[in-house]
Design a protein around this ligand. Structure first.
Ligand code: ADE
Ligand code: ZN
Length: 324
């Protein structure tokens, strides 16, 4: 199974670039930029990667992202992930970034977006990996802040395929961002939103009905509402599920209790992704393998899951046909 998964051409649809910041690169960038990290060694940093919930993780994730200061830093971060993609046989990836975190830390939007897009272009040319860039709004900030960020993204309209919604979910329902998502759709952006990771199934309904998203990120709490599961299956609304992340952040006690295979068998368009692999201890192949082994999936089922990734992507229908 391990060899089968490694050899399978795969697509990744739920990946935070800031969540690929490996401790080694974090320390190197801290030194390069004179940023102080409150850990004395890579080992002590890694030892802190124990999270009882999403907020505990976000605290470390944002602290780590403070080392990213220059255009070259964002280039290096992105290119290192694309090299991982090559190793993992990921042929297409749609990646998130969190511009509001960086602009609040004093790094210009253009610095962030230029570094990332330059690396994505080089990744396509040098490594043959195609990509899409998704700009996430931080849901714990205001909608006005999101609107300001959307305005800054217009200059990068050719590079940014979609907008998304991430960060602290509980208490920040999708409805808070109705206007900015409507503006984004009217400007021609695709839309996605984290929903039902920790938050209730109502947030998934809100993302679908109010934000009118093309995909739901996570969405695993949908099983609290059978009508929602039936709706997702009927309308083939993709869920970008991140199995190892969900276990690390205690959405499920262990992988055997995860509902991804149950949803798959019910006809929901589920896909497998890695979320923040530097923090959760596994890239895409590790997520596939853990699910395949835990649920004793056949190779055919694994191939169907990887096909779902192609189906759920923002690639053109023509490119999807070539890949499937
Ligand atoms: N930002 C980075 N990873 C995230 C996650 N799993 N959920 C919400 N926001 C995030
Ligand atoms: Zn995520």
């Amino acid at each position: 199974m391990k060899g089968f998964i490694s050899g399978l051409p795969k697509v990744e649809l739920h990946l935070h670039l800031e969540g690929t910041l490996e401790p080694e690169l974090m320390f190197a960038l801290a030194q390069r930029n004179g940023v102080i990290i409150p850990y004395s060694s890579i080992e002590s940093l890694k030892a802190a990667y124990q999270f009882h919930d999403l907020q505990a993780f976000l605290n470390l994730y944002y602290q780590g992202a403070l080392v990213l200061r220059t255009e070259q830093d964002f280039y290096d971060l992105t290119y290192a992930y694309l090299e991982r993609c090559k190793e993992q046989h990921i042929i297409h990836t749609e990646v998130f970034f969190d511009p509001q975190f960086h602009t609040r830390a004093g790094v210009a939007f253009d610095t962030v977006a230029s570094g990332i897009t330059r690396a994505l272009r080089d990744g396509e040319t040098n490594l043959g990996i195609s990509s899409g860039l998704i700009m996430c709004f931080l849901r714990d900030l205001s909608e006005d802040d999101a609107i300001e960020t959307l305005k800054q993204a217009i200059a990068f309209k050719d590079d940014i395929v979609a907008v998304g919604l991430d960060s602290a979910e509980q208490g920040n329902p999708p409805e808070k961002f109705e206007r900015v998502f409507a503006m984004a759709r009217n400007t021609g952006f695709k839309t996605v939103a984290h929903a039902g990771e920790e938050g209730p199934s109502e947030y998934i309904w809100g993302a679908i009905k109010v934000l009118k998203v093309d995909r739901i990120d996570h969405g695993v709490r949908c099983t609290d509402d059978p009508k929602l599961v039936a709706y997702l299956a009927e309308h083939q609304i993709p869920l970008t599920v991140c199995p190892l992340s969900n276990v690390k952040l205690n959405a499920f006690e262990d992988l055997s209790k995860h509902n991804i295979v149950e949803l798959f068998k019910q006809g929901v368009l589920v896909t497998i992704n890695s979320d923040d692999p530097a923090y959760f201890g596994g890239y895409l192949n590790d997520n596939y393998l853990a699910v395949a082994e835990t649920f004793e999936l056949s190779k055919q089922d694994v191939a169907l899951l990887s096909d779902n990734g192609i189906k759920a992507s923002f690639l053109s229908d023509e490119k999807k046909r070539v890949l499937q």
